[in-house]
Design a protein around this ligand. Structure first.
Ligand code: HEM
Ligand code: HEM
Ligand code: HEM
Length: 70
């Protein structure tokens, strides 16, 4: 899917996967062990890897409500 819906009880996160593939090019930024399901994916990964990159690059959502939408 071009956009992957990541379920969270405080509001699902709509993740534009294809956009990130094109933008980052390097799959390993998220898929350490190769493409497919990410082992242990969840809150901690998301807040570290996703939010972390957005903060560092000053691009992309960093506030709760920008990712979590009810
Ligand atoms: C998971 C809260 C910011 C993306 C979660 C969960 C909570 C939470 C409580 C676990 C939900 C569950 O277990 O059902 C918050 C709060 C934030 C915040 C309070 C602000 C301080 C963000 C931001 C992003 C993000 C900025 C995007 C860059 C995600 C994702 C998940 C998640 C992708 C995992 C969903 C899954 O397991 O598939 N967050 N979040 N969150 N959060 Fe956040
Ligand atoms: C899921 C491939 C880059 C984050 C997937 C899946 C595949 C895949 C095959 C599982 C099936 C699907 O729903 O599509 C790739 C390839 C990449 C790439 C080939 C490089 C061209 C990225 C990047 C990120 C990312 C850069 C993060 C910014 C995710 C997430 C999932 C996923 C969060 C869902 C994981 C889960 O449910 O456990 N990817 N991906 N991917 N990808 Fe990627
Ligand atoms: C933008 C989610 C990981 C870099 C975004 C947007 C979302 C998002 C919802 C807004 C897209 C839009 O406005 O169309 C996530 C989630 C991640 C993740 C849930 C983890 C699974 C990453 C990582 C990086 C990154 C690891 C960098 C290494 C960016 C950048 C943008 C962005 C640069 C801005 C794109 C633009 O404005 O054109 N992300 N992201 N993201 N993300 Fe992520």
């Amino acid at each position: 899917a071009d956009v992957i819906s990541l379920p969270a009880k405080n509001g699902n996160v709509s993740f534009p996967h294809k956009k990130h593939q094109e933008l980052l090019k390097d799959c390993k930024k998220c898929h350490e062990k190769g493409p497919g399901k990410i082992e242990g994916f969840g809150k901690d990964f998301a807040h570290k890897t996703c939010k972390g990159c957005h903060e560092e690059g000053k691009k992309g959502p960093t506030k709760c409500g920008e990712c979590h939408k009810k």
